[in-house]
Ligand binder design. Structure first.
Ligand code: IVH
Length: 706
C-alpha cells in the first residue's frame, strides 16, 4: 500500500466508523453487525499504527486518549448555564401561559422530555470538539472533555455545514440497562451501588481516569443552544433538526402545541411514555417554540422566562417490610433482602427488594415491620426508597447482619475498603452452588442439564465439592439420583447422560469460555474474551507477562494503547486467582485432567439463518441474560438493536414491559413476541454460539470466586 492509498483508506475508515457510530448511537438503526464494525475498527487501528504520520486526535480510535488527571480544571460558562423554573401542577403552567400572553403574541409551544442526567456544555471550534464542561454552579463548571470524548454518541467532529464555532447544551445520562449492569459490577466488587442512573452518570463523569469512564455506558441528548453558532434559527424545532443533522442525538420525542391545553395533553401523553425512553425522565419541559421571543422574555435567577419544567410525581408505592432475609452470593457476599407485602408498582407486583448491604440498611434505618416507600431504580429494579417512621408502632425490629454465614455457619468478614460482608468459607455450600451454576451456564461451559435445582442437590448431597468434580463424576451412578420434589421421587435418568456428554464437550471449549466460567471477580464475558485474545492457552495465564504488564502500566498511570483493552482491575484479579491456594490447586487439577483450553477462533458472521437481516430489540425482564439472547439472535443472522425503529422486525418482550412500549412498536410495524416465540423462530437451535463481542457489554453478569 502506498502512502497515498494508506491515507485514503484511513480517511475512508474514519468516515465509515463515524457513520456507523452515528447510526448506532444517534439514530438507533445500525446497518451492520458488531463483527463487521470491529473489522473496520481493527483495520483502522492497524493502519494508524503502520502510518503514524496520519494519526489524528479526531480519529474514532482516539476517544480514550486522555491521561488520568489529578483533578478537573474549572471553566467559565459564557453565557452562564441556567437552570429551569419548576412547576408541579397544571395550574402553575396556566399561570406561565397567562404571563407569556401578556408579554408576547403569536407564539406556540414545544413539549420535550426532561431528561434526568447531568447537564453538559459541548464546545466545537473548527468543527472539532474542544471542550466539554459540567454545569457546576452555572457560571463555573468542570472541564470533563477527556471523559466526554469517550461517549460514542458525542461527535468529535462536525460536518462542513455546521458553524465553525458552536456550543450546544444537553444532558449526559446512563442508559437503564447500563445502570443495572454497572450496579451488578459495583456490588460484586463489594462497593455501594448507585441509587439511580443520574447518580451513576454523575459519578462516572467525576472519574479521573478516562479509561474507566469509557467502560461506563454513558450517552447524551442535546436540547439547547449554548451560545456560539446557534443564532439564526427561527424555531427550537428547526434548531433541533440542525443539531440532529450535525450528528447530535436530540430528544427522541417532542410535540409542538398551539395552545396550553394542547400542551397539557402532550405532557400527559409524555408521562404515559416515560418508561419507553433509554433515559429516565423526571418531567416535561415546556418551551416557547419561536426563538425570536427569547431575548425579549429574558431570564430570572432560576432560568429563562421562555421555558418551564413540569415535574411528574415520582412513581412510588407504600408497603410493609415483613422480614429481612440474607442471601449468600457466588462471591460470598451477604446481601440483606427485604421481604415485602406484595404491592403493585409501575406495572408489576413486587414482593422483594434488595437492601444491598448492612450500611445501607442502617443509613436508611429500615426495620422489620416498617411501612416503606418502594420505587424502581433505573425504572426496573425495585428499591426501598425510605421508611415511613410516622407509621411505626414500636413493634418494629432493628436489623443486624448475622455474624456467621446463614448458610454454612462459617465466619464472615468485611474486607478493607468494602461495604460488603463476605462469608470467607471457601467450601460454603451457598457459594459453591452458585459457582457451580455459573460454571455450567450458557456463555460459560454450557452444561444444560445442570440448572439451579440440580446444582443445589449435587452440592447439598456432597456429590460435588468443586466445579472440576464434574469431570470425575460417575454419571452412571448419577442416573439413579433422586431429583424429584419432596414426596414425588424422580430419577435424574437420561439427563445424567446428557450432562456427561456436555461435560466431555466442555473440555474443548475455547479459553475465553473457561476463563469466564471460573468466575473470577471483574472477569465478565467481554473481559474474558479480551484476556483470551492475548494468550495461547490456559496454562499461560498463571505467569502471564501481558497481565503483569497491564498491572504495572496501571501503577505507573501509563497508557500503553496496545494493552488498553484489558483493564488493570481484571488483570490483577486473574493474577490473584492463580496466585491463591485455590487457584493453584485448580490449575494443577486442570493439568491432571489433561484440560488446557486454547484461544478459540471467532465465529463467522451469520449470513444465513432464520433471522437474517431482522432487527430485534430485547426488552423487559427476560428469563436468560440478554447477552445470551443477543448472541443467539446474531448467530441466526439477526441484528440486535437497542431501540425500536422502523427497521425493527421483532420486539422481544419479557416481563414488566409497559403497554406504551409495545404499542409504539406495533405502530411502527414491529411484531411484539415473547421469549417462547423467539425460541421457536430460532428453530429450537439455542445452543450457545461463540458470541461476537458486542459493542455494548452483554448483560451476562460476571462471576466471582473469593
Ligand atoms: S432546556 C436554561 N430541555 O433540566 C436551561 N433542559 O432542572 C434550558 N433538562 O438545567 C434548558 N431536559 O439541564 C432543557 N429537554 C430539556 C431538558 C433540560 C433536562 C435539564 C437542564 C436544566 C435542568 C433543570
Amino acid at each position: 500500500m502506498t502512502e497515498f492509498e494508506a491515507r485514503e483508506r484511513i480517511e475512508f475508515l474514519r468516515r465509515e466508523i463515524d457513520r456507523h457510530d452515528r447510526l448506532y448511537y444517534v439514530e438507533a438503526r445500525p446497518v451492520i453487525g458488531d463483527r463487521d464494525y470491529d473489522l473496520l475498527y481493527n483495520e483502522l487501528l492497524s493502519l494508524e499504527k503502520d502510518w503514524p504520520q496520519f494519526m489524528s486526535p479526531d480519529s474514532p480510535t482516539q476517544r480514550v486518549s486522555g491521561a488520568p488527571v489529578d483533578g478537573f480544571v474549572q471553566v467559565r460558562h459564557d453565557p452562564p448555564m441556567q437552570s429551569l423554573d419548576k412547576t408541579h401542577s397544571k395550574g402553575e403552567l396556566a399561570d406561565f401561559d397567562a404571563f407569556l400572553r401578556k408579554e408576547i403574541t403569536g407564539f406556540t409551544y414545544r413539549v420535550e422530555p426532561k431528561v434526568d442526567g447531568v447537564s453538559m456544555s459541548l464546545r466545537y471550534e473548527d468543527r472539532r470538539l474542544v471542550r466539554a464542561a459540567t454545569r457546576g454552579n452555572g457560571v463555573v463548571g468542570d472541564d470533563v472533555t477527556a471523559n466526554v470524548r469517550t461517549i460514542r454518541a458525542v461527535p468529535l467532529t462536525l460536518p462542513g455545514e455546521a458553524p465553525d464555532v458552536l456550543e450546544v447544551r444537553g444532558e449526559v445520562y446512563m442508559t437503564r440497562d447500563g445502570f443495572i449492569r454497572l450496579n451488578e459490577r459495583e456490588e460484586e466488587a463489594g462497593r455501594d451501588p448507585f441509587a439511580n442512573p443520574r447518580n451513576a452518570a454523575a459519578g462516572s463523569l467525576k472519574q479521573l481516569d478516562p479509561r474507566e469512564v469509557a467502560a461506563r455506558p454513558l450517552d447524551i441528548v442535546v436540547y439547547n443552544a449554548g451560545g456560539a453558532g446557534c443564532d439564526g434559527f427561527e424555531t427550537h424545532g428547526e434548531m433541533m433538526e440542525a443539531f440532529r443533522r450535525w450528528g447530535f442525538p436530540v430528544p427522541p420525542w417532542s410535540k409542538t402545541c398551539g395552545t396550553i391545553d394542547e400542551a397539557f395533553a402532550a405532557i400527559d401523553e409524555l408521562e404515559g411514555r416515560r418508561h419507553s425512553f433509554r433515559f429516565e425522565i423526571d418531567g416535561a419541559v415546556l418551551k416557547v417554540e419561536e426563538r425570536r421571543f427569547y431575548r425579549l422574555l429574558g431570564a430570572t435567577a432560576h432560568g429563562p422566562r421562555w421555558a418551564r419544567a413540569y415535574k411528574y410525581a415520582p412513581e412510588r408505592a407504600e408497603t410493609v417490610v415483613r422480614g429481612i432475609t440474607v442471601q449468600v452470593g457466588r462471591t460470598g457476599i451477604l446481601t440483606p433482602v427485604a421481604e415485602l407485602e406484595p404491592v403493585e408498582l409501575a406495572g408489576s407486583v413486587i414482593a422483594r427488594a434488595t437492601l444491598h448491604n448492612a450500611d445501607q440498611v442502617a443509613r436508611q434505618d429500615i426495620r422489620v415491620g416498617d411501612h416503606v416507600w418502594l420505587v424502581k431504580a433505573g425504572d426496573v429494579i425495585p428499591a426501598v426508597e425510605s421508611s415511613i417512621p410516622e407509621k411505626r408502632t414500636g413493634a418494629e425490629k432493628v436489623f443486624s447482619m448475622p455474624d456467621r454465614c446463614p448458610v454454612c455457619g462459617g465466619d464472615v468478614r468485611r474486607l478493607d475498603g468494602e461495604v460488603a460482608v463476605r462469608c470467607v468459607n471457601p467450601v460454603c455450600p451457598a457459594q459453591l452452588q452458585r459457582r457451580l451454576e455459573h460454571f455450567a451456564a450458557r456463555g460459560a461451559l454450557d452444561i444444560k442439564a445442570l440448572g439451579g435445582r440440580i446444582a443445589d442437590i449435587l452440592v447439598s448431597k456432597g456429590i460435588v465439592r468443586d466445579p472440576l468434580d464434574l469431570f470425575t463424576l460417575d454419571y452412571n451412578a448419577l442416573a439413579s439420583l433422586d431429583v424429584g420434589e419432596e414426596g414425588t421421587p424422580r430419577k435424574f435418568g437420561r439427563n445424567a447422560i446428557g450432562m456427561r456428554d456436555a461435560v466431555a464437550a466442555a473440555k474443548t471449549l475455547p479459553l475465553d469460555r473457561w476463563l469466564f466460567a471460573i468466575g473470577i471477580p471483574n472477569v465478565g464475558v467481554t473481559v474474558a474474551k479480551d484476556i483470551a485474545a492475548e494468550h495461547e492457552r490456559f496454562s499461560d495465564l498463571a505467569d502471564s507477562p501481558v497481565l503483569r504488564a497491564v498491572v504495572e502500566n496501571d501503577a505507573k498511570k501509563g497508557r500503553d494503547r496496545k494493552i488498553l483493552a484489558i483493564k488493570a482491575e481484571a488483570a490483577r484479579a486473574v493474577l490473584a486467582f492463580f496466585g491463591s491456594g485455590y487457584g493453584k490447586a485448580f490449575a494443577e487439577r486442570m493439568r491432571a485432567l489433561g484440560i488446557d483450553p486454547v484461544r478459540g477462533e471467532s465465529a463467522a458472521v451469520a449470513t444465513e439463518g432464520p433471522l437474517v437481516g431482522a432487527g430485534c430489540v430485547l426488552t423487559g425482564t427476560l428469563s436468560r441474560p440478554r447477552g445470551e439472547y443477543a448472541a443467539l439472535i446474531e448467530k441466526a443472522g439477526g441484528i440486535v438493536q437497542s431501540a425500536v425503529t422502523s427497521k425493527t422486525r421483532y420486539l422481544i418482550a419479557g416481563e414488566n414491559v409497559g403497554a406504551t412500549k409495545t404499542e409504539k412498536a406495533r405502530a411502527l410495524g414491529t411484531e411484539v413476541i415473547d421469549e417462547a416465540r423467539l425460541l421457536e423462530l430460532l428453530g429450537g437451535d439455542v445452543s450457545a454460539p461463540a458470541a461476537t463481542p458486542p459493542r455494548k457489554p452483554p448483560a451476562v453478569t460476571q462471576a466471582s470466586l473469593f
